[in-house]
Design a protein around this ligand. Structure first.
Ligand code: CP
Length: 291
């Protein structure tokens, strides 16, 4: 994780200098998306181009997958054409099937359980602003979802202190928290799950939030909004955080729900830097799987 973040920072400098780096020269990168995406899709497409490869966008609803062709059959066919598959899927099981049957590297561009390339870009952003990862404290406020899971694992791997505050019933899964705690033991980091968002932000170097209602959860929208009401990242919550705390959001944001407009647009928000850094996180991830 540390080398991915560091490599993402190096590629950022190279991309800005327009230095060519053809690690994907001659390679075709398939972008199989079951769900909409602005940042992840575009950043992987551009990263592929910048690294000398050719992106092939595959909307799942335009493939035979949408008419019932099994993932394992699709994977074997795509594996014959493509060198890397980047996939955004509803179920992690789809990713493991793609990986098992395609014979090619598969990058998780978001599943129901994790969003790992988002975490690479987020940690790059923290490192840029704070100068280090080890020992920094990240407070994640809200849903213990895929983004939260990947931050727990990435933070644990890099010696960060990650504190999650979620309402009852929306905490990150116990098995994942155990795994993150075990990883943190070997890196000097720490993992905590608390109830009160003010406790979580009290020593934060970064305060992070994400949507309360992800795709596929729309039926639960009213219940979720009621459950998360106390977990909005707003100026009142930030009064409980140190002034050094930066504000993070993986976007898209829902102003007035998980975050207020003044906080997202405020001087401490690094959401737009995070968004840009997705390009370099994508590039480092692509390079990692083909080198
Ligand atoms: N943060 C993120 O994954 O954004 P997209 O859904 O636009 O890819």
């Amino acid at each position: 994780m540390e080398s991915l973040v560091s490599r993402a920072g190096t590629l950022k400098k190279q991309f800005k200098l327009r230095q060519p780096w053809g690690v994907l020269s001659g390679a075709a990168v398939g972008l199989l998306f079951e769900k909409p995406s602005t940042r992840t899709r575009t950043s992987f497409e551009v990263a592929t181009l910048r690294l000398g490869g050719s992106p092939v966008y595959l909307a799942a609803n335009e493939l035979q997958l949408s008419r019932g062709e099994p993932v394992k059959d699709t994977a074997r066919i795509l594996g014959g054409y493509l060198d890397v598959i980047v996939a955004r899927v509803f179920s992690q099981k789809t990713l493991t099937q793609l990986a098992a049957y395609s014979g090619k590297p598969v990058i998780n561009a978001l599943s129901d359980t994790e969003h790992p390339t988002q975490a690479v870009s987020d940690l790059l952003t923290i490192k840029e602003v704070k100068g280090r990862l080890q020992g920094t404290t990240l407070a994640y406020i809200g849903d213990g979802n895929n983004v939260c899971n990947s931050l727990l694992l990435a933070g644990a791997l890099t010696g960060m202190n990650v504190i999650v505050a979620s309402p009852e019933g929306y905490e990150p899964g116990a098995a994942l928290v155990r795994k993150a705690k075990s990883l943190a033991k070997s890196t000097g980091g720490s993992i905590d799950v608390v109830r009160d968002p003010k406790d979580a932000v009290a020593a934060a170097d970064a305060v992070y939030t994400d949507v309360w209602v992800s795709m596929g959860e729309e039926k639960e929208e009213d219940t979720r909004i009621r459950a998360f009401k106390r977990y909005q990242v707003n100026s009142a919550l930030l009064r409980a955080a140190p002034r050094r705390a930066i504000i993070m959001h993986c976007l898209p944001a829902h102003r007035g729900l998980e975050i207020t407009d003044d906080v997202l647009e405020g001087a401490r928000s690094v959401a737009w830097q995070q968004g840009e850094n997705k390009l370099y996180g994508a590039a480092a991830s692509l390079e990692f799987v083909v080198k």
